[in-house]
Design a protein around this ligand. Structure first.
Ligand code: ANZ
Ligand code: ZN
Length: 826
């Protein structure tokens, strides 16, 4: 047999696969289906190791399921709109479209070289008109359902470049290009009403709790941020209502001041009516606070500041009169934009009270010690007993809470309410390389959606990308000027494009029928293929993408396009690939390029290394030794087969296990145990690393065995056949080459995945000798072929042995396979 030449093998097989289109789905809806989806890449230029990991994991699952008889949909596409293409256009003077499609062509080749078994004929590219047309269609459907609206909202604005900046273009509060101080500007922008689905997005987690990682569900839950509380009507001194939202009504007797957001509508009145000195101070304060990036204000990474307004507010329970502040930590977008402040029991209020010398009044006393407001260094936020709280004194605060709420509701001072942190999804981008928002502004008819028949609103090709003077589309007159579809008078197009997260919110459905002309996807195809059985991608998409896609799915359901509730039944989030302890990045100079590795070791080796180095969900540390180890493993299998090739190539075999002698039987059992472990590791949690390790161990046994008789060789060939089948999803090239060399029946991937012979899953037992310092102390009955670890564990957990070693220090433990364990103690 020839020696291992991965380059020839991989090139030759790629050609055969491509020619025969072997990974195409079968057009037979009676077959049981499996939809294996990987998060599609942004075509940035080259595949990186993170992609390799994601896509290799997906490929192994797809190939494994195919061999188990499923009709597998394993598609790929390109998340192709986005800002980097515009950066490239500016820097390199290439059109964003050319840059994008060139990158796609290059990356497609790279993915093919990795041997990923995609259904290439179903490729979807989001910047194609046939794709983004449906983004626009969805926008209009959402609009008709009242799920889209336009609102003035703040955006990052660079005064010098005269353009809106995305959050990632604001670096330390400055424009990434010209370093000017970024300002905050109010613009009319479009929103998707995801908040209408907040409750359902939470409830849907019940369907996902077995299939999704718990941490992703927790991240989504926190992101949605449901809070149970009360809206309480405080009063201004003139009797006007002043509603606030609180989750801690039990602290209402401890309110010593109130605060409103700088954006609160009442602020205008306060400024208007203030006398001269205060007015000036207020205006200065507001100007300063409103410059702080809203993200920073949301996360609280800034010094808490406020200013007294001159107003007082009356507490409806105590009738006390407390001062009203404008405070930068109060957000207009949450609750009512106004809060009651309890410095003794809320940390932010505590810091604020210290800074402005406001009183601290304790109303919840810890169960076992006294608090002294003078000496407190932080707020007491835990449970306790109610004090200074009128008729509620002496009650545990959780009980007082319910009673206080009942009292408030009974006396019409407020009512129970629920708030969500989740905000509506701002989809407007003042950029070129995205889906044009299909809206027309007519001076007579107002906002007019583009009629369905006029879709797609095509992105004009001729455009100048300058990052100056507003959105690029605004300057394309032929695009902007249009006749109103309703009344025919002169009108203007919306020039914003959509957030690219819209594109990725439904792409998985498009793969079911990528050429569908009359709707975003064909209903019958979708009924067969959806939901996605296994989704694989990065944890960084836990909130935005995975929440947006779930939202989209629910709207598609309410539009009658699908008839089930959740799009992704199972989710696997793979860990990062790191090198020298850090994420691979250009700036750190620690990038390992997948292409280089394929040139040096072949795709099979790279795939094995990626899967063997760590279980999928944890971080994977790149190691040159590791990839060499993987390469040796492939060579070891190859060379072992080459060495025995002449002895086994013509053997036709049928194994009759009951006729095997003892050592043959042992080998046969070993094989079955290996198959069982391999399948268990994959089925339980895709632990390919331990699955591969068990094949490595088995290979060692196989190599050690002394082959003499014809049955020995028959058995060897049988074992090799199974090893090749087990490893085929993981390393598809060399296993297929060897399969062909050995003339096994059919193409390797057309064979069923091995399953263990249930009658041969336990080794015979023997009496394992356990010595302590060389002296025989016990004989324990155990199975043959335990690993070193297993032998030690059996010895150490034996009751008799435990007595001997109790309280002694174990210096070392020596094992002799299938024979003895010697424990050396001090
Ligand atoms: C008084 C109080 C006392 C509060 C106490 C907490 C502890 P979550 O759980 O996140 O919903 N709050 C309400 N609206 C706000 C806004 N627009 N901007 C900033 N803070 C706001 O938090 C609810 C609590 O956050 C509310 O309960 C309110 O402070 C504050 F010992 O009211 B609390
Ligand atoms: Zn009109």
């Amino acid at each position: 047999m020839e020696s291992y030449n991965f380059k020839n093998i991989e090139e030759e097989l790629l050609e055969i696969w491509e020619k025969n289109k072997i990974f195409r789905v079968k057009d037979n809806k009676d077959l049981k289906k499996f939809y294996c989806l990987v998060m599609f890449p942004y075509p940035s230029g080259r595949i990186h190791m993170g992609h390799v990991r994601n896509y290799v994991i997906g490929d192994v699952i797809a190939r494994y399921k195919r061999m188990q008889g499923y009709n597998v949909l394993h598609p790929i596409g390109w998340d192709a709109f986005g800002l980097p293409a515009e950066n490239a256009a500016l820097e390199k003077k290439i059109h964003p479209a050319k840059w994008t499609y060139d990158n796609i062509d290059y990356m497609r080749k790279e993915l093919k070289r990795l041997g990923i078994s995609y259904n290439w004929e179903r490729e979807v590219t989001t910047c194609d008109e046939e794709y983004y047309k449906w983004n626009q269609w969805f926008f209009i459907k959402f609009y008709e359902k009242g799920l889209v609206y336009r609102k003035e909202s703040y955006a990052n604005w660079c005064p010098k470049c005269e353009t809106v900046l995305a959050n990632e273009q604001v670096i330390d509060g400055k424009c990434w290009r010209c370093d000017s101080e970024v300002e905050y500007k109010k613009l009319n922008q479009w929103f998707f009403k995801i908040t209408d689905y907040a409750e359902e997005l939470l409830e849907g987690h019940n369907l996902l709790k077995n299939g999704w990682p718990e941490k992703v569900l927790i991240m989504q839950k926190n992101w949605i941020g449901k809070s149970y509380g009360v809206t309480i009507n405080f009063k201004l001194e003139d009797g006007r209502d002043f509603p606030i939202f609180t989750t801690r009504p039990d602290t209402i007797y401890g309110v010593t001041f109130m605060a409103i957001s700088p954006e609160h509508p009442f602020v205008d009145e306060i400024v208007d009516k203030a006398e001269k000195n205060l007015k000036e101070e207020l205006i200065k304060f507001l100007q300063r606070v409103k410059k702080v990036n809203i993200e920073k204000r949301r996360t609280g990474e800034y010094e808490k500041e406020g200013i007294w307004t001159g107003y007082y507010v009356i507490n409806p329970l105590t009738k006390e009169r407390v001062p009203l502040y404008i405070a930068n930590f109060v957000l207009m977008e949450y609750g009512t934009g106004a809060i009651m402040c309890v410095p003794a029991h809320d940390q932010r209020d505590f810091e604020f009270a210290k800074k402005y010398k406001l009183p601290i009044k304790i109303v919840i006393k810890p169960f076992d010690y006294e608090l002294d407001p003078e000496k407190m260094e932080s707020a007491y936020v835990d449970d306790g007993i109610q004090v200074n709280s009128g008729e509620f004194n002496g009650l545990p605060n959780r009980i007082a809470m319910e009673k206080i709420i009942d009292y408030i509701e009974a006396n019409k001072l407020g009512k129970r309410s629920i708030n969500y942190k989740l905000k509506d999804w701002l989809i407007s981008r003042q950029r070129y390389w995205g889906t044009p928002i299909p809206i027309i502004y007519c001076s007579k008819c107002g906002i007019v959606p583009v009629p369905e028949n006029d879709l797609p609103v095509k992105l004009p090709k001729e455009v100048e990308i300058t990052f100056k003077g507003g959105s690029p589309l605004e300057k394309v007159k032929e695009f902007v000027n249009v006749k109103c579809p309703k009344c025919g008078s002169d009108a203007k197009r919306e020039t914003d494009t959509m957030d690219t997260f819209v594109d990725s919110s439904w792409y998985y459905a498009r793969y079911c029928s990528p050429d569908e002309k009359n709707s975003p996807f064909n209903k019958k195809e979708a009924e067969y293929w959806l939901p996605v059985d296994q989704y694989i991608g990065g944890i960084e998409h836990a909130t935005m993408h995975l929440l947006y896609a779930r939202f989209f799915h629910k709207v598609m359901r309410d539009l009658g396009l699908v008839n089930f509730d959740e799009p992704f039944l199972n989710l696997l989030t793979q860990g990062m690939v790191i090198k020298d302890g850090a994420k691979m990045s250009k700036s750190k100079g620690n990038i390992v390029d997948p292409d280089d590795m394929i040139n040096k070791y072949g795709a099979d080796t790279l795939r094995i290394f990626i899967l063997f180095a760590a279980p999928p969900e944890t971080e994977l540390e790149w190691s040159d030794k590791g990839i060499e180890g993987a390469h040796r493993f492939v060579n070891r299998i190859w060379n072992f087969i080459a060495k025995n090739f002449d002895n086994i190539k013509d053997i036709k075999f049928e194994i009759e296990p009951e006729k095997l002698n003892n050592s043959q039987k042992n080998l046969y059992i070993y094989l079955n145990k290996t198959i069982k472990k391999f399948i268990d590791d994959i089925e339980k949690s895709f632990h390919f690393n331990t699955a591969i390790a068990s094949v490595m161990e088995f290979l060692n046994e196989l190599i050690k065995y002394d082959y003499k008789t014809e049955t020995d060789y028959k058995l060897l060939k049988f074992c090799i056949k199974n090893i090749l089948l087990l490893l085929n999803p993981i390393a598809p090239f060399f296993t297929e080459r060897l399969w062909r060399n050995l003339n096994f029946e059919n193409a390797i991937y057309e064979n069923p995945f091995p399953s263990p012979d249930e009658n041969y899953l336990r080794f015979n037992t023997y009496k394992m000798v356990v010595q302590i310092n060389g002296k025989l102390r016990n004989l324990i009955g155990v199975e043959y072929n335990l690993s070193e670890e297993e032998m030690k564990e059996k010895a150490l957990s034996d009751d008799k042995i435990k007595k001997y070693i109790e309280g002694k220090e174990i210096l070392k433990i020596i094992t002799v396979k299938n024979k003895l364990v010697n424990i050396v103690i001090k």
